[in-house]
Design a protein around this ligand. Structure first.
Ligand code: BES
Ligand code: MN
Ligand code: ZN
Length: 503
């Protein structure tokens, strides 16, 4: 659920109403062009206000002036961009986020994209500011029935008008940025939604909604999954009243797609709509967070939305496994031995290590059916990755150095950072089982790595990367770009990977 936001771009001028946003460098300097535009008197009044509030234009600092002297706007927001180094290091997304924080009551806001002469303010920057405003303005409040009427009207709408010297370029860049905003906010909605509402079936229906954008959708139910032999995935869901589903989404954005040689790229998501642990039940503390155990699948759906909405020139598959992991008379037991889609046998040591069972079938199926150029899976897979990397980086495990580097670079560019972790035969050995080909849990040591080794056994020789997003994919630390619980992590990262290398 988003605040209703409209974005437009136009030539540089000052607004007659609403909030006016200007940028100021360290020392409070507005830049010659802006100074000329607002006139001497207004500039003097502004300097006085800045002095009174000890505003010095430090990076990310903000000065709010109501009813500013010499302006028609009803409110002035001066956003500090710091010295030359700081302003070139602060993402425009972040600036958009800072602005959004101060216009959370809606209305009209005009952002003047003219700054100190040495600051590069192109159309891309304008579109990124708009994206930052949209991401930060996201709210998930559909279940708040008691809204205090003074600070929260039922519906807030915001009109963001960005004035710059590059409006055409900005509009073009915003076709992309707007699609990203919608994809991220869709992923957030899915993560924030509770498990009584977002059941595997409800999730599948949401994903099917992408058909509106030209994404082709296939939904497999339990009968079809059983026929295919996805017994590992089905074993996870067998204790639940909710039927398990797999959804396959395909965006075919490559012209002349008759070309049989061109391979699709594939994104695979863990969609455990609720993870109680099953018979190996989790302790009660914070178990409610396990409604977010489908953040990987949410990211895949958000990404597919973005790619389709911006008509990306790529052939991309999204595939998600939607299940609920419950304890029940029919639930799987520790010690059970199950057979995966590709015929390997798995001893279930711990029913709480369920994500890897879901992904095992999806990865093997995707590899065999689509023969993709690469597979990237996303999963809130292990608590161990939180111990290792916290919420700063997602764990990256990969069989492909090139893919790893591209993901790492895209991470630094978007702020959705990944950190590569090791794989190797010594870790692989740890999941050998006494009774079957492998076991699904190897105990405490190297928990995130042994989980990755497990997945590794199902990818064959398709270049593959696994992102363990247990730390980054839910329970977001409040940030400049997100105020809700679900961050929609990964949509911007993977969209960037596609845009930079696969179109
Ligand atoms: N969904 C959890 C991992 C998780 C933990 C995600 C905390 C987000 C926050 C996963 O299914 C799980 O339970 N993993 C176990 C594996 C263990 C039993 C081998 C874990 O990490 O403890
Ligand atoms: Mn689990
Ligand atoms: Zn889980």
């Amino acid at each position: 659920m988003t605040m209703d936001i409209k974005v437009s771009f136009s030539k540089v001028s000052l607004p007659e109403t609403g909030t006016l946003v200007l940028f100021a460098a360290e020392g409070g300097i507005l830049g010659r062009e802006i100074a000329a535009l607002i006139g001497k008197e207004a500039h003097e009044a502004l300097k006085k206000a800045a002095e009174a509030e000890e505003f010095k234009g430090k990076s990310k600092s903000v000065l709010v002036i109501p009813a500013p002297f010499g302006f028609e706007a009803s409110r002035l927001l001066i956003v500090g961009i710091g010295d030359e180094k700081q302003r070139n290091e602060t993402p425009f997304l972040t600036l958009g986020g800072i602005i959004a924080k101060h216009v959370d009551k809606g209305g009209k806001v005009t952002i003047v994209m003219v700054g100190p002469e040495d600051w590069k303010l192109d159309g891309k920057a304008a579109a990124d500011i708009a994206l930052g405003v949209q991401l930060r303005s996201y709210r998930f409040d559909r279940y708040k029935s008691r809204k205090a009427d003074d600070d929260k009207p039922a519906k807030i709408s915001l009109h963001v008008k960005i004035v710059s010297h590059h409006t055409e370029q900005a509009r073009t860049a915003y076709v992309h940025a707007g699609a990203v905003a919608d994809g991220v906010n869709l992923a957030r909605d899915l993560v924030n939604e509770p498990a009584n509402v977002l059941t595997p079936e409800a999730f599948a229906k949401k994903a099917a909604g992408l058909s509106k954008l030209g994404v082709s959708i296939e939904i497999l139910d339990e009968k079809q999954l059983d026929k295919l032999g996805m017994r590992a995935l089905l074993a996870v869901g067998q204790g639940s009243r909710q039927e398990s589903h797999v959804v396959i989404m395909r965006w075919h954005g490559v012209k002349g797609h008759k070309d049989k040689k061109s391979k699709p790229i594939a994104f695979v998501g863990k969609g455990v709509c609720f993870d109680t642990g099953g018979i190996s039940i989790k302790p009660a503390g914070n178990m409610e967070d396990m409604k977010g155990d489908m953040a990987g699948a949410a990211c895949v759906v958000g990404l597919m939305h973005t790619l389709a909405a911006r008509k990306a020139h790529v052939d991309a598959i999204g595939i998600i496994g939607l299940v609920e992991n419950m304890p029940d008379g029919n639930a799987q037991r520790p010690g059970d031995i199950i057979k995966s889609y590709d015929g390997q046998t798995i001893e279930v040591i711990n029913t709480d290590a369920e994500g890897r069972l879901v992904l095992a079938d999806l990865l093997a199926y995707t590899r065999e059916r689509f023969k993709p150029e690469f597979m990237i899976n996303l999963a809130t897979l292990t608590g161990a990755i939180l111990v290792a990397l916290g919420q700063e980086h997602a764990g990256l495990f990969s069989t492909d150095d090139g893919l790893s580097e591209r993901l790492t670079t895209a991470g630094l560019a978007t702020g959705e950072k990944v950190w590569r972790m090791p794989l190797g035969p010594a870790y692989d050995k740890m999941i050998d089982s006494r009774f079957a080909d492998m076991k699904n849990s190897a105990g405490r040591y190297a928990g995130a790595i042994t989980a990755a080794q497990f997945l590794r056994r199902f990818v064959g020789d398709v270049p593959w990367a696994h992102l363990d997003i247990a730390g980054t994919g839910m329970a977001a630390a409040n940030s400049d770009l997100n105020q809700s619980w679900g961050p929609g992590w990964g949509v911007r990262l993977l969209d960037r990977l596609v845009a930079d290398h696969h179109e």
